[in-house]
Design a protein around this ligand. Structure first.
Ligand code: HEC
Ligand code: HEC
Length: 386
């Protein structure tokens, strides 16, 4: 490089730093308005020795020996983007950074809140410029077992999903290209990107990869239920034991759809919410009439923390959900066979008619799926705050 070129580069660099500093000042002003949610630091506080995110790969026996879960996982784990401590640490900063939106006001964490197991307690989330999302934001954990993303399963693979909220004009509203340029000017990212990917450049792929690593590292394996599996459930109350029996016993059929140790299904299903669907679910992704009213079967882990419930957040508590399965299941040509009397798709709705006592027992059991460690773990918390 000639001296002249070097001078030009240094000049450009100085101009860039100047622009960055002035634009940062503006950001700080805007962040202060949202200080309760987004904390007190202008730069993220990351420990010099990164937290251990790679331990997400250490899974307890009952997950490893669950045949369906093992099969699902074997098909999903992306070989080109394994979790590393540096990569997930970078993903954590991105997840909480309001700079990921066009107006510096919305972060992923605006709609995915740790204490709610990364869901949003509002029925509809608020994106940039006060716009409301059509669907209820979903919580997440153990997403290493999910290949198809969103309530209608329209996206294949977490890495491909990340760009959707960033570019969606109602969520964060910024193109990946503009975001790459924007982040390239943010000094606190340079060492993190270097550690995570071996050089300091930003690319759209690196944004998706780092966020995916962070999200995939969010696991829950240590609820009261998990401890129960390991000690013969001698930590369970009578009530919780009775609820467990109802859940798995067969008569209530909950575990026919909320399956495996992850209490979910990789398929979308119609659980009889409506005779006519306003939001047509998986049909919107596939155009198949037989997919109208089918939605992702969410994991019931941490369910006590993720109200309101269903794709549109129509039920404000678990009691209302149980009322649905008890007496509210609606007929529909696509009603899943697991929830019909005849066990045929579109058959008559199977109604449990639960007693009040059974509802209380079932709720007691569902509460054992809560993992307080996950929602208070600092490695998943806001680095601009802690
Ligand atoms: C404005 C609110 C909002 C913002 C901001 C937002 N999300 Fe979401 N997120 C949602 C909603 C709503 C859904 C469900 C959408 C659907 O099913 O169509 C969702 C779904 C998801 C899912 C799918 C989970 C599953 O089990 O299929 C993931 C993962 C996710 N978001 C990650 C992110 C990440 C990463 C960011 C930041 C880059 C982000 N979200 C930003 C509202 C938001
Ligand atoms: C036919 C399959 C099926 C059966 C049987 C079933 N569910 Fe569901 N469940 C679903 C689907 C699909 C959804 C998501 C629907 C939506 O998003 O609109 C869901 C959602 C839920 C939710 C809300 C999750 C959330 O994050 O919004 C809870 C709680 C729940 N089910 C509990 C139960 C219980 C308890 C039972 C047994 C009494 C049960 N389910 C039986 C398929 C089923």
């Amino acid at each position: 490089m000639t001296e002249y070129n070097k001078l030009v580069r240094v000049g450009i660099y100085i101009i860039c730093v100047f622009i960055l500093m002035t634009s940062c000042k503006k950001d700080v002003g805007q962040e202060q308005e949202l200080v309760i949610e987004f904390g007190i630091h202008d730069t993220p506080q990351i420990p010099e020795n990164y937290y251990d995110y790679e331990n997400a790969y250490i899974v307890p026996e009952h997950f490893n020996t669950d045949p369906l879960l093992t099969l699902i996982y074997a098909n999903i784990e992306p070989e080109n983007n394994p979790i590393t401590n540096a990569g997930a640490a970078l993903g954590r900063v991105l997840f909480y950074d309001q700079k990921l939106s066009i107006n510096n006001e919305i972060a992923c964490a605006s709609c995915h809140i740790q204490e709610h197991a990364f869901s949003d307690p509002r029925q509809n989330s608020i994106g940039v410029f006060g716009q409301m999302s059509d669907r209820n934001s979903m919580g997440f954990q153990n997403l290493k077992y999910s290949r198809r993303m969103f309530r209608d399963l329209r996206i294949n693979g977490l890495e491909n999903q990340i760009e959707v909220p960033i570019q969606n004009i109602a969520e964060m509203g910024i193109s990946m290209e503009d975001l790459v340029t924007k982040l390239s000017g943010v000094a606190y990212y340079s060492p993190l990107v270097q550690d995570a990917f071996g050089s300091q450049e930003w690319t759209a792929e690196r944004i998706s990869f780092a966020l995916s690593q962070f999200i995939r590292s969010i696991t829950t394996f240590n609820s009261k239920y998990d401890q129960g599996i390991q000690n013969g459930f001698n930590n369970f109350s009578e009530m919780e034991l009775a609820g467990k029996e109802l859940f798995f016993g067969g008569d209530f059929r909950c575990n026919h759809c909320h399956t495996t140790q992850n209490f979910f299904s990789p398929q979308a299903m119609n659980n009889g919410l409506d005779t006519m669907y306003v939001d047509q679910g998986q049909f919107l992704a596939t155009g198949e009439v037989s997919d109208i009213g089918l939605f992702k079967v969410p994991s019931l882990r941490n369910i006590a923390l993720t109200a309101p419930y269903m794709h549109d957040g129509r039920f404000s508590d678990v009691e209302e959900v149980l009322e649905h399965y008890s007496i509210g299941v609606q007929p529909h040509p696509n009603l899943n066979d697991r929830i019909t009397v005849e066990i045929t798709t579109g058959g008559s709705p199977f109604l449990i008619n639960m007693t009040d006592q059974e509802k209380i027992q079932l709720i007691a059991f569902l509460n054992t799926l809560t993992d307080l460690e996950m929602i208070s773990d600092e490695k998943f918390a806001n680095p601009f705050y802690y």
